[in-house]
Design a binder for this molecule. Structure first.
Ligand code: FIX
Ligand code: ZN
Length: 435
């Protein structure tokens, strides 16, 4: 099954259409084509408008993004304990003063906020906060979503949906209107990583499960996954995993994965997304900003891809040291699709390195990036950064191809960029074949 997936995405018009480009013409052609190709954003923490307050947007949310909170605690004397007692706007005031007024916003995350303000034609100097608040205060969310997606050059947003989240689950259970540009994902971290403290939440939804993952619990979890798949119509199931992740293993995680989640994915013909290498809450005082990275032993992934050839794995790894191994495994297993430069990897210097290595080893058979946006307007700067970083990497690959003796056309470039930023994801998620 996996074999036809990879070839399917290559079925675009033959490449010899269009005029051969000179080496000097290639960079501009790549930048233009990348700028005009709408992207499928395969992993975000954004919500469609129907999810109401769960959707974060506007300047105060941009400023209290956990990436900026981590930087605030390095550039101010405020203690996390005091910071959490403040209102959202007071927190945002603190972040603005420390990172945008008392210091130049040169980090990737602070520059992102500046880029968003500039995109809306707003001032970006140290006194710009009030005007920004006034601007966002005037927006209506529905039209703002469409405008932001157009500015970011994205056509589809893949959400992260937790069937055990106390705020989100009731919305699904009540019934939520689907949105043709927002796609659901069945996120399983609480089940796969925190079963001993979350089986009760599954039981509370009417499933006869218990802490011991007995055969009865396994079949009830399969039923739970089936019911939520009907409810959410997800494009994949997903889970983040620690750097200590091992497979196969007798752990609850290992058992749930092998006996419940992987069979359910096969039955429902859904890929499983694994995001490997997070060290959760190394500093719990700073909450979401308190997670870190660890190098994982990817032999677990080797075992999964080899022993479950009928399952498709969408994989992103958090550690820089694991990137090369992931590329090599993707050359060994065509049921493995590497995607994105996740979290601490999402910095231009590292995105360039990872993308260059992936093109050299995988051609166009990978998904270069996802935004991981938590606040709507972040897609604007995160995709602008990706386009700015990836275009020269691709252009260099085409310059080398032309140098090595094969003429490069706009058709070639369009086909590869469409595959990298759209059809690899569409095909693996069966995005366009869904009812
Ligand atoms: O597990 C994940 O999906 C991570 O992306 C998040 O947990 C993380 O907090 C984040 O926002 C990274 O960008
Ligand atoms: Zn994420």
């Amino acid at each position: 099954m996996a074999t036809d997936l990879l070839s399917a995405s290559a079925q675009t018009p033959p490449s010899n259409s269009g005029t051969p480009l000179s080496a000097a013409e290639i960079p501009a052609a790549v930048a233009e084509i990348l700028a005009s190709t709408p992207i499928v954003d395969i992993h975000t923490h954004l919500f469609a408008p129907a999810f109401g307050k769960l959707s974060l947007w506007g300047i105060d949310e941009l400023l209290t993004y956990h990436y900026l909170e981590a930087e605030l605690f390095r550039s101010s004397n405020v203690t996390p304990e005091h910071y959490w007692t403040l209102s959202k706007s007071a927190q945002a005031d603190l972040v603005w003063r420390a990172l945008f007024a008392e210091n130049a916003p040169i980090s990737e995350a602070t520059r992102g906020v500046v880029a968003v303000l500039k995109t809306f034609g707003l001032p970006t100097d140290a006194n710009a906060l009030a005007e920004a608040r006034a601007f966002f205060g005037k927006q209506t969310f529905e039209s703002h979503v469409a405008h932001v997606m157009q500015l970011a050059g994205i056509s589809d947003i893949v959400m992260t949906n937790d069937p055990l989240d106390p705020d989100e689950a009731p919305l699904w259970l009540k019934g939520i209107l689907a949105h043709n540009q927002f796609h659901a994902v069945l996120r399983l971290d609480r089940i796969l990583n925190l079963w001993p403290t979350h089986w009760q939440a599954v039981a509370a939804q009417g499933y006869a499960v218990a802490v011991d993952v007995s055969a009865k619990s396994i079949s009830e979890i399969r039923r739970f996954l089936g019911d939520w798949a009907k409810r959410m119509n997800p494009v994949y199931m997903a889970c983040s995993l620690p750097d200590s992740f091992a497979f196969p293993s007798d752990s609850i995680n290992g058992k749930l994965l092998a006996e419940a989640v992987l069979p359910a994915c096969r039955e429902l013909n859904l890929p499983l997304s694994l995001m490997i290498g997070v060290r959760k809450q190394v500093n719990p005082r700073i909450r979401l900003a308190g997670d870190a990275v660890g190098r994982a032993n990817l032999v677990a992934l080797e075992n999964l891809c080899r022993d479950f050839p009928e399952n498709r794995f969408l994989v992103s790894v958090l550690s820089r040291e694991n990137q090369h191994e992931l590329c090599v495994y993707a050359r060994k297993f065509n049921n493995l699709m590497p995607f994105g430069c996740w979290w601490f990897m999402n910095n231009a210097s590292i995105v360039e390195e990872i993308t260059r290595e992936r093109v050299e080893m995988l051609g166009a058979s990978f998904i270069p990036q996802h935004s991981d946006a938590r606040v709507l307007e972040q897609v604007i700067y995160k995709w602008a950064n990706t386009r700015r970083t990836v275009a020269p990497v691709l252009a260099e690959s085409y310059r080398l191809l032309s140098d090595d003796g094969r003429a490069v056309t706009r058709g070639d470039i369009q086909r590869d960029i469409t595959r990298l930023f759209r059809s690899n994801a569409e095909t693996w998620m069966k995005l366009r074949a869904r009812t």
